[in-house]
Design a protein around this ligand. Structure first.
Ligand code: NAD
Length: 268
């Protein structure tokens, strides 16, 4: 028996890294997964990987920066699989600059990709989840099970990180949103939590070459590594396992929590 048998999940940013690992893990545990990413090739690859492993998946290329696109994403889940039980807000990106070099374009791009996508996807998802919970409560006095929304913050928003004012502003906002939505949606048995990953090996933390938009300079990678109690960077699967716990019934009495997945990063 899978830990997510019969559940329907949407994972944003599921073409690569943590989102891809989460989508695969959820499908392995019995969930039908809508794989959402703005990049088609990696998203298609994730869907194929899930199907080849015997799981159920659907593709979504919507960019939930736009609210109508978020509604289309949620409709896809309901049309393809009949409901929506789990939303993992994982889409995110960096555009690192020292604060005095930041302009509106880099600020808006990073706030949009990390925060507005999550705002809109959650707004669209919660509309469906609340209705289901209300209907079930009218029928039987309580929702049939807990539905789950998870945000992706970052340890950098807890400890601060030079060069990431835009990114940490977005991730800090997501932590606050987690706590407020947990209070608003608790009566509907919709749990709202967040993960705060530390240094996880993906393209966001890969060694940054000359002119690369993403990645980390080598000296910062070494510094990040030195702060980790376990002594090595995390893998996308480590965060996927935390997402699985937060999406499963094992975490039903846990809401409004920001869970650091950092290998014991100092200060986070
Ligand atoms: N890697 C780390 O160390 C680390 C640490 C803390 C937090 N995070 C967060 O974890 C999440 C996943 O990061 P990752 O390291 O796997 O990155 P990644 O770049 O490997 O994967 C992110 C995916 O999100 C997609 N994406 C970007 N904007 C999108 C949008 N508007 N809509 C849908 N998809 C979009 C990208 O195309 C990409 O496939 C992000 O929110 C990131 O900020 C990562």
């Amino acid at each position: 028996m899978g830990r997510l048998d019969g559940k329907v999940a949407v994972v944003t940013g599921a073409g690569r890294g943590i989102g891809r690992a989460t989508a695969l893990r959820f499908a392995q545990e019995g969930a039908a997964v809508v794989v959402n990413d703005v990049d088609e090739d990696p998203a298609v690859e994730t869907v194929q990987a899930i199907r080849e492993a015997g799981g159920r998946a659907a593709l979504s290329l919507e960019n939930t920066v736009d609210l109508d696109a978020a509604r289309a994403l949620v409709s896809r889940a309901v049309q393809e699989f009949g409901s929506l039980d789990i939303l993992v807000n994982n889409a995110g990106i960096t555009r690192d600059r020292t604060f005095h070099n930041l302009d509106d374009e880099q600020w808006d791009f990073v706030l949009d990709a990390n925060l507005r996508t999550a705002f809109h996807a959650t707004l669209a998802a919660v509309t469906v989840m609340r209705e289901s919970a209300k209907r079930e409560t009218a029928e039987r006095g309580t929702p049939r099970y807990h539905r789950k929304v998870t945000f992706t913050a970052s340890s950098t928003a807890i400890v601060g990180n030079p060069g990431q004012a835009n990114y940490t502003a977005a991730k800090g906002a997501l932590m606050s949103l987690t706590r407020t939505l947990a209070r608003e949606l608790g009566p509907f048995h919709i749990n709202v939590n967040a993960v705060a990953p530390g240094f996880i090996e993906t393209r966001l933390t890969a060694p940054k070459g000359e002119g690369d938009a993403l990645g980390m300079p080598d000296h910062l990678r070494q510094m990040a590594l030195a702060l980790i109690a376990l002594g090595y960077p995390g893998r996308p699967e480590d965060v996927a396992n935390a997402h699985l716990f937060l999406a499963s019934s094992e975490s039903d009495y846990l809401t409004g929590v920001v869970l650091p997945v950092t290998g014991g990063q100092l200060g986070a």
